[in-house]
Design a protein around this ligand. Structure first.
Ligand code: FAD
Ligand code: NAI
Length: 469
């Protein structure tokens, strides 16, 4: 006999598991279908969490090797214990996915293991790896099936030598030469990890800049910082092919993006990080008639409803930035909407962080966007070289840049390059959420000495002037 639920969610990533918890909190009987053996999706298993564990550990290794001396800490050169670093990553992932298990039990959410297929509105089949198919009866369905790495035609991923982020999070030795294809978030974060651990990293990027979509001044300055750290960039270039050599290394064929003479580059490992694509395999969407857009994403309206009544979708599988917190917020919103509330996500105040060293954190419009939209804006800027705490921490790289409307003073965007930028951005997110002005921020007391004072100083520079510069 079929089990009956108010809501069945397919996928237990940040979108699916958060939607499940909120729906259960609001009184729904909830089922989650997950094909992997652990909950938490890409983010907790092979994305945000393991990458941050390795970013932190490799940053500590780098600090111990190069940062301690100036602080008066004399230690012998640190020795890398890569298996233990990987154990730290594994333990961090286990603690996080176990946390989702605990939350599901606490909220009485039922988990079904297997591939979820929508047989019809109100009916989901679960096909486990072994054993019989289960049928779920459900009033509503939320698709939260996420995304997978995009691949490069003609290049075969083995996750050992030619890898996606999944393999790059799991290498058993430090590659002497790492080739990164794509200067986006994954390429720069994971490139940084291996560069700090000793790899010679070369990044090949199709466009003439790194981090497309981010403020171009930020991207330009950040590229220089990464170059100082030893990373090399080949912009306006594409990888035409990769050949495995007899000695076990890779020969990479690189061409100018617009065509021209080919260049050969030797590498030990190649990381393909050219973006991610929505994952809808096995869901049965064509049978049930759920429409996709031109990029293969599930098409939804402002209430996250697909083209079929009773079927909703959230997270990486729909349009918008592929970010865990975006998926989570959509999860909360869809659960609230299903319970008659006004669930809402403010995409205009959605932060994004690149967890390199220094970090990049951004919210709202870039200067490039404001120019393109013909908006009359003003720029407030403050460098960390003029911030007392940053000097004490030897963390003076970077700056805060705030963009505000000339007529209304309303903050339209903010971009921070610097240590802990990912923590500092949130006062700007809250400010934008409340449609705040630069003056609101400049008149807000900030504790001294903190890195966050640089944020206030950037706002002050939009008013009567920053104090410390
Ligand atoms: P996913 O997390 O992709 O989860 C989808 C789940 O659905 C998976 O568990 C999958 O097994 C399951 N599934 C799919 N189809 C079926 C089916 N038919 N039946 C049953 N189960 C199914 N974002 C950030 O905001 N910050 C970061 O620091 C960050 N770091 C990242 C680092 C890396 C290396 C990667 C790859 C991504 C990173 N991201 C980060 C992006 C983030 O992981 C995604 O935006 C987020 O996981 C999307 O959540 P989701 O719930 O939509 O889908
Ligand atoms: P991305 O979209 O950030 O970057 C891909 C890069 O590859 C772009 O610069 C693009 O121009 C380039 N590119 C595309 N085709 C190419 C080709 N043939 N040759 C050379 N370069 C090419 O995608 P990425 O880094 O793979 O990350 C995927 C998603 O995961 C991102 O959208 C991001 O939202 C998410 N993510 C978020 C993180 C965070 O929030 N800190 C960390 C890691 C991933």
């Amino acid at each position: 006999m079929a089990d009956a639920f108010d809501l069945t969610i397919i996928g237990s990533g940040p979108g699916g598991y958060v939607a499940a918890i909120r729906a259960a909190q609001l009184g729904m009987k909830v089922a989650v279908v997950e094909k992997w053996s652990t909950l938490g999706g890409t983010c907790l298993n092979i994305g945000c969490i393991p990458s941050k564990a390795l970013l932190h550990a490799s940053e500590m290794f780098e600090e111990a090797g190069h940062g301690f001396k100036a602080l008066g800490i004399d230690i012998p050169a640190p020795v890398l214990n890569l298996p233990q670093m990987m154990n730290h990553k594994i333990d961090t992932v286990a603690a996080n996915v176990g946390g989702v298990d605990y939350l599901f039990k606490k909220n009485k959410i039922t988990t079904f293991r297997g591939i979820g297929t929508i047989a019809a509105p109100g009916k989901v089949f679960v096909t486990p790896e072994n054993g019989a198919r289960t049928e779920i009866e459900t009033k509503n369905i939320v698709i939260a099936s996420g995304s997978v790495s995009a691949n490069l035609p003609g290049i075969e991923i083995d996750e050992k030598q030619i890898v996606t982020s999944t393999g790059a999070l799991n290498l058993d030795k430090v590659p002497k030469r790492l080739l990164v294809i794509g200067a986006g978030v994954i390429g720069l974060e994971l490139g940084s990890v291996w560069a700090r651990l000793g790899s010679q990293v070369t990044v090949v990027e199709f466009l003439d800049r790194i981090l497309p979509g981010m403020d171009s001044e930020v991207a330009r300055q950040f590229q220089r910082m990464l170059q100082k750290q030893g990373m090399e960039f080949k912009l306006s270039s594409k990888v035409a092919g990769i050949d495995k050599q007899d000695d076990g290394s890779l020969k990479v064929r690189i061409e100018p993006a617009k065509g021209g003479d080919m260049e050969l580059l030797d590498a030990d490992v190649a990381l393909v990080a050219i973006g991610r694509k929505p994952f809808t395999d096995g869901l049965g969407l064509d049978i049930v008639g759920v429409a996709l857009d031109e990029r293969g994403r599930v098409r939804v309206d402002a209430q996250f409803k697909t083209s079929v009544d009773g079927i909703y979708a959230i997270g990486d599988v729909i349009a918008g930035p592929m970010l865990a917190h975006k998926a989570e917020d959509e999860g909360i919103a869809v659960a609230e909407i299903l319970n008659g509330q006004a669930g809402h996500v403010n995409y205009a105040a959605m932060p994004a962080v690149v967890y390199t060293n220094p970090e990049i954190a951004t919210v709202g419009k870039t200067e490039d966007e404001l120019k393109a939209e013909g908006i009359n804006y003003k720029i407030g800027k403050f460098p960390f070289t003029a911030n007392g705490r940053a000097k004490a921490m030897l963390a003076t790289q970077g700056f805060v840049k705030i963009l505000a409307d000339v007529e209304t003073d309303r903050v339209l965007g903010a971009h921070i390059v610097g240590k802990n930028a990912g923590e500092m951005i949130h006062e700007l997110v809250v400010l934008m959420e409340f449609s705040g002005s630069a003056e609101d921020l400049s008149r807000t007391t900030h504790a001294h000495p903190t890195l966050s004072e640089a944020v206030r100083e950037a706002a002050l520079s939009l008013e009567d002037g920053a104090i410390h510069i």
